[in-house]
Structures are given as C-alpha cells and as structure tokens.
Ligand binder design. Structure first.
Ligand SMILES: [Zn+2]
Length: 433
C-alpha cells in the first residue's frame, strides 16, 4: 500500500523552485515524485491524500540540539536531576521535536554521559517513536571554563555534570575515549570561553584550550570515525578548529577575515551553526523572566547579536554551510519546541532567503547527519522524512513555528503526526471508495 500526497506544493530542497505535484510513499521511502500533469499508477489498496493548499517538504534537522537541557534556569538544574528521570525527559523532548517537524537531531552535547546514547538506541531499536539522532557525550572543557561548576571547596561527581573537566592532552584523550566507549557519534569540546555566566572567567574572545588538547581529541575521533563539534566563539579558536579538521563549529561570532577565509577554504568539510536562538531570546525576554540585566549587560548582548549577524551573513555569502539550531532548552527564555524560530533568524538577520534557510535545515542538515543521499530531499528513493504544512513557508518562514499549521510529520514513511487536515473528511477519494 502506497500513500500518494497529491496536489501539493513541493519544496524538494534540491535548489529547484517549488512546484505542484504528487509525492508517493511506499514503505519507508519516497517511491515517486511527479509534477502536475504527470501520473502515478494507483492501486486499490493505496491511500491518496488531497494536499491542495498544503506544502510538502523534507523533515528538518536540528543542528545544535540538547534534548537533555530542559528549559534550564541555572546550570545546576542539569546536575540535580537524576539520570533515570533525565533520560525520560530527554526522550520526551526528542519526541516533541519530531512532532515539530524535526526528523533529525544532531546533538550538541548531553547533560550526562549516556542520556543521548540511551535515547538514540531506544528509538533505533523501535522501543519508542522518535527522530533520527546523532548522539553526543558531555562537553569536554578545561578547568575554569563553561560548565566547570567546581571550586576549591565543592566538587561534583564526573557523571552528573554536563561537562567533563580535563587539562592536558592526555586527559582530553582519556575523556574522548570514554565518550567513544559510551557509544557517542559526536565528541563535544569547549574550545573557547563564553559570555559571563557568573562561574567562569574567560569571555567569548578567549581560546581556552591548547592545540595539543584539541589534536588529542581529533586523533581519537578520526580513528573511530566519530565527529567532533566545538563550542567556539573566538577567532583563534575557529582557526584552530579548521586546522585540526573539526567538522562542526558552533557560534563562531568573532571569526576574523583570516578565520572566515579558512572556513571558506574548508567549506566542503566543515559546518557552522551560530546557535543564535539563545542570545536573541534572552535579549527579547530578559524582562519577562526578570533576569535583572544592567544596561551594560543589555548592550553587550545586543552587540553579540550584531557580531554574529555580521559574521553569519558573510559566511553565507561565501558559501559556507551555516545551519539552524539554537541551544533551545539550554535556558528558560529559549524553550525546547521553539527550535524552528532559528530559520526566522536566518531570514531576518543573516540574509538567507526562505529557500536558503530551508535547504540549510534539510539537505545540508542531512549532510551534517552523514545521511546525504538518504534523506533531506524530496526525491525518489530517499527516506520519506516529510513535513506537511498548511500554507507555504516560502511566503512566511514562521509557518514552521506554528504547531496548528504543521499538519503532518512523517519519518521513514510512518506518520509521527497526522492532523485533521490530512483526515478522511478532507480526502473523499481515500481508499478508492
Ligand atoms: Zn549548546
């Protein structure tokens, strides 16, 4: 039995313009894609869904995803929750994101060692519905940097923290090997400082690890064909990442001209994801959440958004793959589930056309997932990872944030969400009545 989505506006994410036509799904894959006027053989068992007024596009990839960060108000919240509860929260977030149209999640770190891995494996074994996942471990970070919550008098056990603190190449090697033992797909390393979270003393222009430490992680990852993703805001950090062959560089706002030249040179092997959703939401909502920001703090956040906007606009013009995904869940102002808001930022701030933003989130997302040629496009033979929308996101990219207008989500040919717009009432020709 096939399912035929007929009369749909099709955004195939190949780079071609949207067109009207039919997408047929057989089992887990797309069996045919034809334009208006073309015909597809329909057998009596098939289901035909009239998609007049609807758009069909590939499922989205979240390129900077933290399913174990549950709308935190402090970093300690990710520590306090016990692993059993934590895994269930993460699974629930993964399922929620699938319903939002994210058929693939690329993790940017797990708040405890095996939370991502356990969720990925349970989904892959068919125990639960959920998106495709590339799982990460904890963030590997030097002492006195992002996520190091210890001080001289207080130490948290290694396994409850969202970072593993390491100093020196040997400790980085060990942490990377332990992450590999845990079964991760991606090793996360904090290469730079960050905006001031009150517990660290390295700002976002500072590169906090040595090249030898990053090289030690790369050696482990390359041998095991794992990917490395870095928290990296500083310019010298970006250069170090490109030199060492890091595949995914997060943030990168301060990349100078030389760093951008290097990224452009390496554009076939590197991805950049600015994770702008978090600072933008903090700026917008700091009063609503009573963060008590000073005028200086507000000014510094505004400047951060301007800096990342300038850099990402330039990288996009240079043809570097810049992907949406914005630290949703990592802070209460930026809740899990709003993730498609990143595409709006790409269009409004970074100079992406709506089509460019969709291609970044779909076709290039599949490249990030190492599933190019398998998913990320509406193409015969590809996995049927699909989103159906009431309306056209090329007219208004915010449509992807509207749960009422996301009328269907399919992963591998199975509906994860099927709204009333895809019901029998809309579909008089269902089951060759
Ligand atoms: Zn993050």
């Amino acid at each position: 039995m096939r399912t035929h989505f007929s009369n749909a506006t099709i955004i195939d994410a190949s780079g071609a313009a949207a067109f009207k036509g039919t997408v047929s799904v057989d089992g887990e894959r797309i069996a045919a894609v034809v334009g208006a006027g073309g015909s597809i053989p329909v057998s009596p068992d098939d289901e035909t869904i009239d998609c007049e007024g609807l758009t069909i596009m590939p499922g989205l990839t979240e390129a900077h995803c933290h399913i174990s960060f549950n709308n935190l108000t402090s970093m300690y919240q990710a520590v306090e929750i016990q692993p059993e509860d934590h895994s269930l929260v993460a699974l629930s977030n993964a399922q929620m994101l699938l319903g939002c149209g994210f058929t693939s999640l690329f993790s940017a770190a797990s708040a405890k060692p095996r939370v991502d891995v356990a969720v990925r494996d349970a989904i892959n074994r068919g125990l639960f519905a959920g998106p495709r996942m590339r799982a990460a471990g904890q963030e590997i970070s030097p002492s006195g940097n992002l996520g190091d919550l210890d001080n001289n008098y207080l130490t948290f056990p290694r396994n409850v923290r969202f970072t593993v603190t390491c100093d020196g190449a040997d400790e980085f090697t060990k942490a990377a090997r332990l992450a590999a033992r845990d079964g991760v797909d991606t090793i996360k390393v904090n290469v730079s400082g960050d905006r001031d979270w009150g517990h660290m003393h390295a700002d976002d222009t500072v590169t906090v690890i040595s090249e030898r430490e990053l090289a030690a992680v790369m050696e482990v990852a390359n041998a095991r064909r794992l990917m490395v993703a870095t928290h990296c805001t500083s310019s010298s950090g970006v250069k170090m990442c490109v030199r060492q062959g890091v595949q995914v560089i997060y943030h990168a706002p301060h990349a100078d001209t030389e760093a951008r030249d290097m990224l452009e040179e390496a554009k076939d092997r590197v991805f950049v994801a600015p994770a702008a959703g978090l600072p933008i939401s903090m700026l917008k909502r700091h009063r609503e959440f009573d963060l008590k920001w000073s005028a200086a703090k507000i000014a510094s956040m505004e400047s951060e958004v301007e800096t990342v906007t300038r850099c990402m606009s330039d990288l996009h013009k240079r043809g570097v793959r810049v992907l949406p995904g914005g630290d949703y869940g990592a802070f209460i102002t930026n809740p899990m589930g709003e993730n498609a808001r990143d595409l709006e930022h790409f269009v409004n701030l970074f100079g992406f056309s709506p089509m460019d933003a969709i291609i970044a989130a779909t076709r290039q997302g599949a490249e990030l997932m190492r599933m190019e040629g398998e998913t990320g496009q509406i193409k015969t033979g590809f996995l049927a990872d699909l989103v159906l929308l009431d309306g056209n996101p090329l007219d208004d990219i915010r449509l992807l944030q509207d749960q009422q207008r996301i009328v269907g989500v399919m992963k591998g040919g199975r509906f994860a969400k099927r709204g009333s717009a895809l019901s029998q009432a809309r579909n008089p020709r269902r089951k060759a009545a």
